[in-house]
Design a protein around this ligand. Structure first.
Ligand code: C2O
Length: 546
């Protein structure tokens, strides 16, 4: 195994998009940031220097961080932020993971521009469970604002209303041909007829779930998050923010130009959204007459699903299965049987400029009616490790405090969650099941729920209210897909399982940053086990202080 050293300098960088130049926060002046390439078993040492004017942290999304909880990165959860002028070095090892992950800032809304791919190749001498592709292409889907994303956040926080919608979606940092002043920079990928390429697709958008297609080409899904999956073929894929999907594409069409394109999947009704489409070009090298004319013809545009096509999303997501049935080890018994509501709500407030949510309220979001509040004096992990009192409590409810018709019309009395910094404590080694139930408070909406420090199995999902006896009987305990981010269907539920074999404080939250900001989060405290890797070691000496 190798050790990879990287220097990340977080800095303001002038970037021109949509006809305007403005300063965005980048890593090393790159947008998207540097691609990290490692093999399974390798270690990473990344020294992050903050040369920007905002606090920052970096999270290694999907890396299990076994034995290295201090390197996970979410601000005020596992560390205090790196302040301007300071540095922090993240040290961790990739253990039994394969495929595509990514890294991003985990501080305010900086991840809008601070993100990059983290590619995990098989161990030396090991190969993919599919034919070796001719070419591998990371595809990072992003969301662009003409304003500083921190100002978009400030505006949303001040008014209590939803954030301004984005001005563009991007593929590898570029909006593409369908936007103003963008076509000269459209990203282009060149393939030869007959080649099979591996697309490593990452949804790095801040707030938007996205459909993705390549005109006239079939996509064979071979993996998602950091795990291989049984191959299946599809025209359309959908990724929630935080998710990655690996697909094989064979250049089996007449030589020419084909758009790959992404645009919004919107599950909620009557919400404003950015209805634009980002494109990149797949170019066949043998396309005739291109040397004297540039583009000989307009690229072929894929017919993306309607923005609200939940049926296509459901069909797509239902096809994921773990590749190897023998590696799936799920025991019949469960130690922690948890049921968490996830959903949007409101805080009542006095009408005024700070109450611009629907009907003079402020937006809120919660799990089991707790709207999560980050501490500011110390990180949760530090508070636990050093026994600092008053930072958190461990009374996060294992089931909703009240039962109601989760997906029906809900009385207004239930709309207001209670703010709090509540953790749920589990013993090392516990077998955990969580049913995540979307609620109809204000509106039902699909939520990409991400768990730090773990890969979990998605053992079931469905629409409406979860019915324990009936739905449990249909769980897939044979070859459920392994992921780190699960889409809780709009007005439905998803059930996940994992073994709590990694001690630490692990954040679980909606990866739509607007919802996270409103409190759609909680954290697990997984207590120490018996051995060295089963207990939380001391923090690194350079761990930032609050
Ligand atoms: Cu990719 Cu807590 O995030």
């Amino acid at each position: 195994a190798e050790i990879h050293y990287h220097d990340f300098v977080v800095q303001a960088t002038p970037v021109k998009r949509l006809c305007k130049t403005h300063n965005i926060i980048t890593v090393n002046g790159q947008y998207p940031g540097p691609t990290l390439e490692v093999r399974d078993g390798d270690s990473l040492i990344v020294k992050v220097t903050n040369s920007a004017r905002y606090n920052v942290t970096i999270h290694w999304h999907g890396v299990r961080q076994i034995g290295t909880p201090w390197a996970d990165g979410p601000e005020y959860v596992t560390q205090c932020p790196i302040q301007p002028g300071d540095t922090y070095t993240y040290r961790f090892t990739i253990q039994n993971q394969a495929g595509t992950l990514w890294w991003h800032a985990h501080s305010k809304w900086l991840r809008a521009t601070v993100f990059g791919a983290l590619i995990i190749y098989p161990k030396l001498g090991a190969s993919y469970p599919f034919p070796k592709p001719k070419l591998e292409i990371p595809i990072l889907l992003g969301e662009w604002w003409n304003k500083d994303p921190i100002d978009v956040l400030k505006q949303a926080t001040f008014t209590g209303a939803g954030p301004a919608i984005s001005d563009a979606y991007t593929i590898n940092g570029q909006p593409g041909d369908l936007y103003r002043c963008s076509s000269q920079d459209t990203v282009k990928f060149i393939v030869d007829s007959g080649d099979t390429v591996l697309l490593r697709i990452i949804n790095a958008a801040l707030n938007q779930q996205l459909f993705f297609m390549v005109a006239n080409h079939k996509l064979t899904v071979v993996g998602a998050d950091a795990a291989y999956h049984k191959p299946f073929t599809t025209r359309t894929i959908m990724l929630g923010p935080g998710q990655t999907t690996n697909v094989l594409l064979t250049a089996d069409q007449p030589p020419g130009y084909y758009y790959m394109a992404a645009r919004a999947y919107v599950s909620a009704q009557n919400v404003p959204f950015d209805n634009t489409t980002t494109t990149a070009v797949l170019e066949y090298i043998s396309t005739p007459c291109k040397s004297n004319q540039g583009f000989p013809s307009i690229p072929i545009v894929p017919l993306l699903p309607a923005y609200n096509d939940t049926a296509t999303v459901t069909t797509f997501l239902s096809q994921f299965r773990s590749l190897s049935t023998s590696s799936v080890k799920i025991s019949k018994e469960i130690d922690e049987n948890l049921f968490f509501t996830v959903g949007l709500g409101f805080f009542n407030c006095d009408p005024g400029p700070q109450c611009q949510g629907p009907n003079n309220t402020r937006f809120a979001a919660s799990m089991n009616n707790v709207s999560f509040v980050l501490p500011t004096q110390a990180s949760l992990l530090q508070a636990y490790y050093q026994g600092i009192p008053g930072i958190f409590t461990t009374d996060f409810p294992p089931v909703p405090p009240i039962k109601f018709d989760y997906t029906g019309n809900v009385s207004r009395a239930l709309w207001q969650p209670i703010p709090g910094t509540k953790l749920y404590k589990v013993k090392f080694g516990s077998k955990v099941q969580i049913v995540l139930q979307d609620t109809g408070i204000f509106t039902t909406e699909a939520h990409p729920i991400h768990l730090h420090g773990y890969q979990f199995y998605i053992v079931g999902q469905g629409f409406g209210n979860f019915i324990p006896n009936q739905d449990t009987a249909n769980f897939n305990l044979i070859d459920p897909p392994s992921r780190n981010t699960v889409i809780v269907p709009v007005g439905g539920w998803a059930a996940i399982r994992f073994v709590a074999d990694n001690p630490g404080v692990w954040f679980m939250h909606c990866h739509i940053d607007a919802h996270l900001t409103w409190g759609l989060a909680m954290a697990f405290l997984v207590e120490n086990g018996a051995g060295e890797l089963q207990s939380i070691g001391p923090p690194p000496e350079d761990l930032p202080q609050c």
